[in-house]
Design a binder for this molecule. Sequence first.
Ligand code: 6PG
Length: 467
Amino acid sequence: MQKSEIGLIGLATMGANLARNIANNKFKISVFNRTTEKTTKFIAEYGNEYLVGQEELKDFVKSLKAPRKIILLVKAGWPVDAFIDKLTPLLDKGDLIIDGGNSNYKDTQKRTTALKEKGIEFLGCGVSGGEEGALNGPSLMPGGSKKAYNKVSKILNKIAAKDFNGNPCVTYIGNNGAGHYVKTVHNGIEYGVMQMIAEAYEIFRSVYKLKAPEIAKIFKNYNRGKLKSYLFEITSEVLDRKDQYKKGYLIDYILDKAGQKGTGRWTAIDALERAVALPTVTEAVFARITSGEKDTRKRLNKIYSKAKVKNKIPLNKFISKLGDALYAGMLSSYAQGYHLIQKTAAEEGWEIDLSEVSRIWEGGCIIRADILNFLHKAYAKNQNKHLFEIKDISNGMIKTIPKLREICGYAQSNGVAIPALSTSLAYFEMMTNENSSANLIQGLRDYFGAHTYERTDKKGSYHTEWN
Ligand code: 6PG
């Protein structure tokens, strides 16, 4: 029997769909799952000359052409290590393992080093697009050695989504953990934008008392303009879905406790460790955590009354202002994520091309949005720019920031928590202010702890005897 071009381990939704995508593109693929039952069922449904299943790991490995290429799509963390440990004795030097899960980039760095010692190549490849993307074309963010990437680039280019110009949404991101790092930041930006969308929904719901399908319509319209993006598109679909069990809309029956698997939190932790400001993502993580405190929220809700709505902005005007505010907020979230990638790339020695990152996020991934097109072009000219410096962005920010300021004040005076929108604004205000108030922080630090300060008029480090 002819050997397979590639193998895939892990037939949960993402793995199953990615395997089908590879087979649909006429690359023969062998699949393996920890439980044979799943493999049998999957092959019974989708098996064909390009898609074959194996029950034993050693047979799976034997079924692959050399150098072997094996994609792991198992739960991030110990299951990845467990499979690597099982696989390595069966592999030869020059074989390649590709981890397509949402792994922590630090784990990817460790695995790359450990496998290199055994002569086995390793790629940490971010895969974005959910189930649908995995099947019809994800955005792919592979990191590892260029040599390893070249071994699978043909397949990755074939299965990826397409950017705005019809090119595959895949590019070599950089060494060791770079691919998983960029995917993590992608998810962080995703958290920030989703939180701002949820805040907008909350204002419509609690201040304007709009019903889910009415809000869905507003989001549908937002998605026709400058906010055009996958997340806005699916927001209107989620809000418009009728419940299958009861009268009304599904959204009103979904419990308000947000889950999280870790990538948003990792992005925030990494930013804190590197001392890079990433407040929108961080607030989005905190908001999910706070949402989990349902019982406490329930108790406290009984003690405190909500702010009474004063001087409502007419709905039509509000919709337009909020659209601008969301645009400014979304740009702020992207700006923070891009800045984090720039700083990390410099620290880690990764040559991450932000123009390419923007390009491969144009299609397939969860944060795909029209704005990525001008980021793609702008970063082709200058990699070091802060996103707020890019002409199309600064023009957009100058127009929309006044609305973000107005909306933040309005929402807060109406008692609506808008942590992501307000911190996106604060980030903008601080990053675009040459004279911050940190001089006072320095004065206070020096007062109580003799921590010293620098001066504006001469070099050096100074301490004052305050008492
Ligand atoms: C994607 C998604 C995907 C997933 C994340 C986020 O790019 O396809 O980001 O990776 O939805 O795991 O999940 P949580 O919200 O559970 O952290």
